[in-house]
Design a protein around this ligand. Structure first.
Ligand code: ACG
Length: 440
């Protein structure tokens, strides 16, 4: 499979209001097919007051700015007709503070109050997020409530069986409509106790066999592996760092370790990527386009499911800033003018200028562009679905070259040159940052 992550607001606008929408995704199907994409991850599409949508006010709705349920049903059927699957981003760890459940909780309704987590304990209220020290408990006229991702996103209380049941029902609602799977946002944060958290997921997902669950577990590899057993698909953060660092250093050492730790001997399928919406874009980390091509060549020639974050195939820029997260979610540039039919314009461009050569149009017109490189890799990968579950054999480093074989239905030999020099290995000549893929 070849996955593609889309921020709907920034992708393609079909109704001319400057905001990306569901119909816009439908219009983009031919573009996605050329990339080889057959698995779409839509970042949250539910009703939400924020631009990013992770704070949901109605889990059974479509954000009216993006369209309605009918548009979405049509999209599912168009995607399926084109052999593509669709997964929804499901931020079920919390709701928006403007969700009617939380509003009722604040107004004193005891039943809805028990949907959330409250505390008066001074010690508890001092708790901070372990990764960046932000406060976890927030004051309100009705007491302090827990919101790991901020005051606007109160955490749901999953010890409450009604919450558990209602959220499962919501999941079923989307599956009954034809959605193929979900990305489980913040999946390690439902319960603080890791064992309780894992038990929760086993129970919560029971009965949804045949659907694809991709867990977002941003943690060390041992933790990721534990959740892999439960979800069957888990994002591979370690590999994302190893590929990027190795390409930057022009040395595949870290990549070898990353492959050994995160891809070999797994009982689940790792979901690989270079960047996502919580990270700085690739072009801001690696300037040289030839090196970015190499990073994609590596991503696309490894087992697991590779995902492309929208716009990375064009060389879009964006620095991740936890307080300005829209910087990595800029409008997708279709034409060089940045003002064409379908172009989203909900925010001004911080990084891109008109006629700077990064649009779809410019990439299509340049034979050796990043987009054309990824199109070749993507369509090749789509026609070799067995690679998702392939084994890796003969993983080796020879100087600046990494080589390995993919073993499954077939045997494929892969070489990547990480250096800026032309190299020769067993009479195969590799230009700087070039890869070689051949049947073994
Ligand atoms: C998800 C979404 C994110 C979303 C939310 C909230 C959660 O992808 O877009 O924000 O709905 C943590 C959580 C993740 C969360 C990110 C943003 N992502 O675990 O679920 O924060 C450490 C921590 C991680 C942490 C990460 C963040 O362990 O838990 O992720 O840092 O940088 C090694 C270590 C690893 C370490 C990393 C990085 O890999 O092994 O443990 O991770 O290094 O140091 C949404 C919006 C935002 C908005 C927010 C309120 O998208 O715009 O601001 O909601």
């Amino acid at each position: 499979m070849v996955g593609y992550e889309i921020f709907v607001r920034s992708y393609r606008d079909a109704n001319g209001d400057g905001i990306g929408d569901i119909r816009g995704i439908e219009e983009s199907v031919p573009y996605l097919l050329l990339l080889g994409v057959d698995l779409l991850w839509l970042m949250p599409i539910f009703e939400s007051p924020s631009f990013h949508g992770y704070d949901v006010t109605d889990f059974e709705s479509i954000n009216p700015l993006y369209g309605d349920i009918e548009d979405f049903k049509r999209l599912i059927s168009v995607l399926h007709d084109n052999g593509m699957k669709v997964i929804l981003d499901f931020p079920l760890q919390h709701t928006s503070s403007l969700h009617p459940w939380f509003e009722k909780a604040l107004s004193g309704d005891e039943n809805f109050r028990s949907y959330y987590l409250w505390s008066k304990d001074e010690e508890v209220l001092l708790e901070r997020r372990d990764w960046d020290g932000q406060p976890v408990w927030h004051p309100s006229p009705s007491g302090h409530y827990k919101g790991l991702f901020g005051a606007g996103l109160p955490d749901l209380n999953y010890t409450n069986e009604e919450v558990f049941r209602r959220m499962r029902k919501i999941l079923k609602f989307w599956f009954d409509m034809g959605v193929d799977g979900v990305r489980l946002d913040a999946a390690k944060h439902i319960f603080d106790d890791p064992e309780q958290n894992k038990r929760f997921w086993q129970e919560f997902l029971e009965g949804f066999e045949g659907k694809m669950f991709i867990g977002e577990i941003w943690a060390s590899q041992d933790v990721v592996d534990e959740y892999g057993e439960i979800f069957k698909y888990v994002f591979n953060f370690l590999l994302s760092y190893s590929i990027k660092e190795s390409v930057k250093r022009e040395d595949p050492d870290l990549l070898i370790e990353g492959i050994q730790e995160s891809l070999m001997n797994k009982s689940y399928t790792p979901v690989n990527f270079l960047t996502n919406h919580d990270m700085t874009r690739l072009a801001d980390e690696i300037e040289d386009e030839r090196k970015r091509k190499l990073a994609f060549s590596v991503l696309m020639t490894l087992p697991g499911v590779p995902f492309i974050f929208y716009g990375e195939e064009l060389g879009m820029k964006g620095r991740y800033d936890p307080f300005f997260t829209e910087d990595v979610l800029e409008p997708f540039p279709w034409k060089e003018t940045l003002y064409s039919k379908g172009q989203t314009m909900w925010k001004s461009f911080k990084y891109l200028r008109a006629h700077s050569g990064f649009s779809v149009e410019a990439n299509e017109n340049r034979k050796d562009s990043l987009l054309n490189h990824i199109r070749k890799l993507g369509t090749w990968r789509k026609s070799n679905p067995w690679i998702d579950e392939a084994d890796i054999d003969k993983l080796e480093k020879r100087g600046s070259i990494i080589s390995y074989e993919l073993v499954g239905e077939e045997r494929i030999c892969v070489l990547h040159n990480f250096s800026n020099k032309e190299v020769e290995i067993e009479r195969i000549f590799l230009k700087p940052y070039e890869s070689f893929i051949a049947k073994g």
